[in-house]
Design a protein around this ligand. Structure first.
Ligand code: TTP
Ligand code: MG
Length: 574
């Protein structure tokens, strides 16, 4: 007998977060590293480390010097060239996307993926034999009924929140429970495939929205998953698990509540109720503060630059209401940007050289990510440029705009120095068409781009002949025009994008420099591409003096703040 019909307005969403992502990329290349404590270094910082290293006391965003003291046999690998992370991220995205029906698979930064699996779940729920749920088969292919896996539909796969649900469920919640059980098995299967076929582990959250899937996913880390169990609605005799779950989270763990806004909320809540610990303000503390509702939130959070209806949007987030769709899968990034940071960059010839190196990386990246060879339906990333040119390559998307951004250090004595603020400034211009010429060498194109476009842009940004003392140079192509016939759009406006607007405002407030020994005149690293990602603190940095990141709200050790912001500072989304 077929199961009862399901409500079709409720989505089922999975959120994937790869475990210790950068470290895993090295481990996938050299599996022996899995057994050793491994740390990935950028500048003087451990940007991430594997779980063997974490077991031995290492933490993300720790100074290399400290990491070596804590664990003298730590293996340190350099992670400043982001090429391999970006390529692994794209490969894993395409791999996971291959299992999902429909186009709603969205990549966030390098190491997170949202997928809307509603269609697969509804289809499979409809085929269940309710007399023998324990011996069910999950179909991964509508055309071929042999493709899929066996599972027990009477139980949830993996951990749940809450651990056990005692509530008697309404009919709607029973249907939801069935869908979530199926989704938990799908998540378990996908995690298994990811590990067996690609060598990566991930942590997954399973619920009905991007917000809930992401937040519940962080409950059991690493290499695990968490399903948020029903009841989702409040009714007589039971409390909504959505509310009780969110209520127990710290306010800054909610995606989209960046540090600036959460500070405003925390200050309001702790002023109204002095018994609340300002380091642990929860969603419940905010929700139950007398008078808090959409209009008071609008008063607290609104103001110049704040998104429209911010009070109502927050009110909804605090109650777990998030109707944003998972964005449609796309084959090309929305922008590509290459950037590097410097201890001291003040001389025109050095700037020109740096722009040359950034331009060459940018053009190489455009060729990798924005072209497709006629014989290669997945794009041409796996081929060398020479081979691509021979086999016939076409552009999938052509960026229309070139943007140059810099972060100058403030001049001594200016007000800005006192507050240690650094602002990103940028200038955009149409991208010259010659960069799309695949017959020309990358170096020749880079030379021309710098001479004819980047230098004039730099002169517009910095009218003085010298004395800019640049901290960062960034070159990006944006404003993509997709070639006809390849129209897949990343249309989902999500909660985090709403707040990632802070990034485009290009206001970077740094409360400290990264590390000592920066007053050199040479670049401190090879060009890096930062990704637009939104991630939260995992609370591991408890004993370090931390400052909140103004972009994502994560608490970052002061010395790592600039590196962390560079990570956010430019974006490349699929
Ligand atoms: P995270 O998901 O925060 O970290 P992670 O995947 O390494 O570890 P976890 O198991 O806790 O999820 O970030 C993803 C990658 O982003 C991380 O591997 C390294 C990089 N990163 C930076 O480059 N700079 C930073 O400040 C942080 C926090 C991460
Ligand atoms: Mg991760």
């Amino acid at each position: 007998m077929a199961a009862a019909p399901l409500r079709d307005d409720q989505r089922i969403i999975l959120h994937f977060d790869y475990d210790c992502f950068y470290a895993s990329v090295f481990e996938a290349e050299q599996p022996i590293l899995k057994t050793l404590p491994l740390a990935v270094q950028q500048k003087q910082i451990v940007v991430t480390c594997n779980y063997e290293a974490r077991r031995r006391g290492l933490r993300k965003l720790q100074l290399i010097k400290e990491a070596k003291q804590v664990c003298p046999d730590v293996v340190i690998v350099l992670g400043e060239d982001l090429t391999k992370f970006r390529d692994a991220s794209k490969d894993l995205y395409l791999f996971l996307r291959g299992f999902v029906w429909g186009e709603r698979v969205e990549k966030l930064g390098f190491d997170e993926i949202f997928m809307d699996v509603t269609d697969m779940i509804t289809y499979n729920a409809g085929l269940l034999n309710s007399n023998d749920l324990a011996n069910s088969f999950f179909h991964l292919d509508k055309q071929d009924p042999t493709v899929g896996f066996a599972f027990d539909a009477t139980t949830v796969y993996g951990p749940t929140y809450p651990v056990e649900s005692e509530a008697t469920l309404s009919e709607a919640d029973s249907h939801l429970y069935l869908k979530l059980r199926l989704a938990s098995h799908l998540a378990g299967y996908l995690r298994g495939q990811l590990e067996d076929q690609k060598g990566y582990t991930a942590t997954v959250g399973i619920s009905t929205s991007k917000l809930l899937a992401k937040v519940v996913g962080s409950v059991h880390k690493p290499n695990s998953q968490t399903t948020l169990l029903p009841p989702y609605g409040s009714a007589k005799g039971h409390e909504s698990n959505v509310l009780s779950f969110l209520d127990s989270r710290e306010i800054r763990a909610i995606p989209g509540i960046g540090s600036k806004l959460s500070r405003k909320l925390i200050s309001y809540v702790t002023t109204s109720n002095q018994s609340v610990d300002e380091d642990k303000v929860t969603v419940r503390d905010v929700r139950l503060t007398p008078g808090v509702g959409p209009s008071l939130l609008e008063k607290i959070l609104g103001g110049p630059g704040a998104p429209r209806d911010i009070g109502m949007r927050f009110w909804r987030l605090l109650h777990g209401v998030d109707n944003t769709q998972v964005g449609e899968a796309r084959d090309t990034p929305t922008q590509i940007s290459i950037e590097n940071s410097y201890g001291y960059l003040n001389d025109f010839e050095a700037v020109r050289k740096e722009m040359l190196s950034l331009s060459a990386s940018l053009i190489r990246r455009m060729r990798m990510d924005l072209t497709k060879s006629h014989s290669d339906p997945e794009g041409s990333a796996s081929q060398g440029p020479e081979l691509r040119e021979r086999t016939g390559v076409r552009w999938l998307a052509r960026p229309r705009t070139l943007r140059l951004s810099t972060i100058p250090r403030p001049t001594p004595g200016s007000d800005v120095t006192q507050t240690r603020s650094y602002s990103r400034i940028s200038h955009s211009a149409p991208l010259p068409q010659y960069v799309f010429n695949l017959d020309e060498s990358v170096d020749a194109l880079a030379e021309r781009l710098v001479q004819e476009a980047a230098i004039p842009m730099f002169r517009k940004l910095h009218r003085e002949r010298t004395g800019w003392n640049l901290r960062v140079l960034n070159l990006a192509v944006t404003n993509m025009a997709e070639a006809a016939g390849d129209g897949k759009h990343n249309s989902g406006r999500d909660i985090s994008k709403m707040f990632q607007r802070q990034e485009t405002e290009h206001k970077y407030i740094s409360s400290a420099h990264i590390s000592a020994g920066q007053n050199t005149s040479v670049p401190q690293s090879s060009p890096t591409v930062a990704s637009e990602a939104s991630w939260e603190s995992d609370g591991e940095e408890e004993n370090m003096p931390c400052v909140p990141c103004t972009i994502c709200g994560a608490m970052i050790p002061h010395f790592a703040l600039l590196a962390h912001k560079l990570y956010h500072s430019s974006s490349k989304n699929y």
